[in-house]
Ligand binder design. Sequence first.
Ligand SMILES: [Zn+2]
Length: 167
Amino acid sequence: MRCPYCDVDNDRVLDSRASEDGGAIRRRRECLSCHERYTTYERVERSAPRVIKKDGTRVPFDRMKIQQGIERACWKLPVDESQVDTIVREIEVVLENRNDPEITSQEIGELVMEYLRELNQVAYIRFASVYRAYRNIRDFVQELQPMLEEFKSDSTIAPHPPTSYRK
Ligand SMILES: [Zn+2]
């Protein structure tokens, strides 16, 4: 470990113990060059899971894809960047806390929908219509029916989604 005081990489470990919650190993070190003491923590690395796509291929988790999907769904709606960013970050935390190295793209989609449903129902409908396209359309319409009633007089629904959204 490189010494934070003199930058020399020559130290000895004086003491190693588990942190209180057991989630880390705490090591007390002494620099053999300048004799300053410092502490390091060793933790298990929690990384974002790999995503299993519908065709079975696995790709690294890509937060930009989630962000763009949400932005498309929120096109021209009263949703600002920070709200989108908050959702993306919350989803990342949920994924990290699952402690599962893999997740299906469908599970991620369902997760995004949960947040969009809270945020803005129009965005939710747009996202769901793309995401659940492979499912029985009748189930989808049934699910949307109560919401569609609410929106009949709502002028914020864009008559046509942008072409980039249509896929
Ligand atoms: Zn040193």
